[in-house]
Ligand binder design. Structure first.
Ligand code: 13P
Length: 294
């Protein structure tokens, strides 16, 4: 099923679990993500950022392919613009057939963030898409933004923000950051802030910078009310390592088989993660007669 994020995230909110939102730049990733979701009976969100779109995963090619695969499975699959920065990004995503958009105006002042987010939310809703927004700012791990408490989401502001923008899902800053932390570092998260945000907002909340956060933190954020967890860096590293291992094991390996090895490895990673965050087994359907696509 090709759907927006709205219903799947409300289902996660009402049943206290989270859905993976995975950055994807090619066919092997799309296949790994959608097959994993189908095999796990889980919803899933496929993310792509404007940078990834420009560098490799051109959405005019990727969006119809993802839609095609999503329509072959019985679990909900959303295709979401990750960190849309401006109206051009949003308009292009809508034109390409995304089912959801994120407007990230978290670098602007509160009122400007509200203004930009409200415009995008009402446009997205008029086209049947869901809209994610960000308040506070989830920065970069290599700049240690995770420990900058002044970037964390303010609970009082969050209520006003959601009431005035009508976003469907709010990305909150509670101590994670995008990218790789220094080796062995596990971030300390502000669970009390997350608890207060959930209590005040009673709506789907997103955690960005899922990579490197550690299983215990991830399980705990889900228990405290996170319903969408963004993962990019860890999956990309895992896929790259699986390719390196396949080539090391057989230096003459066929190019196609390297891609297949990466696809299978990504499925292992994703399916384990889906079980960790409780999204596995949430959708029941008639068993299909084999894989919907290889
Ligand atoms: P990571 O690369 O840290 O997993 O962050 C992904 C993300 O939040 C995309 O928006």
């Amino acid at each position: 099923m090709y759907v927006s994020m709205k219903e799947m995230l409300w289902h996660a909110h009402e049943n206290n679990y989270a859905v993976m939102a995975i950055n994807c730049v090619n066919m092997e990733q799309a296949k790994a993500i959608i097959q994993s979701a189908s095999e796990e009976h889980s919803a899933v969100i496929i993310n792509i950022s404007p940078r990834q779109m420009k560098a490799h995963g051109h959405p005019e090619i990727l969006a119809p392919m993802i839609r095609n695969m999503a329509e072959k499975v019985q679990v909900p699959v959303a295709f979401n613009l990750d960190h849309g920065a401006n109206y051009e990004d949003i308009a292009y995503a809508i034109q390409c057939g995304f089912s959801s958009v994120m407007i990230d105006a978290s670098g602007y002042e509160f009122e400007e963030n509200i203004k930009r987010t409200s415009i995008v939310a009402s446009l997205a809703h008029s086209k049947g898409l869901s809209c994610e927004a960000e308040l506070g700012h989830v920065g970069l791990a290599n700049q240690q933004d995770n420990i900058k408490a002044d970037l964390y989401t303010n609970v009082g502001q969050a209520c006003e923000f959601v009431q005035r923008t009508h976003c469907d899902c709010l990305a909150v800053a509670i101590g994670t950051a995008h990218g790789s932390y220094s080796k062995g570092f596990i971030p300390t998260l502000d669970f009390e802030r997350l608890r207060l945000l959930k209590e005040a907002l009673e709506m789907p909340l997103a955690l960005h910078g899922g990579s490197g956060a550690g299983d215990e933190n991830i399980k705990k954020v889900v228990a405290y009310g996170i319903n969408k967890i963004n993962v990019c860096t860890d999956l990309f590293k895992y896929a790259r390592q699986s390719m390196a291992d396949a080539i090391a094991a057989n230096p003459n390996i066929d190019y196609m088989d390297v891609n297949i090895a990466a696809q299978e490895a990504m499925k292992k990673f994703i399916k384990r993660y889906m079980r960790l965050i409780g999204s596995s087994g949430r959708y029941t359907f008639e068993k299909s007669n084999g894989p919907e696509f290889d």
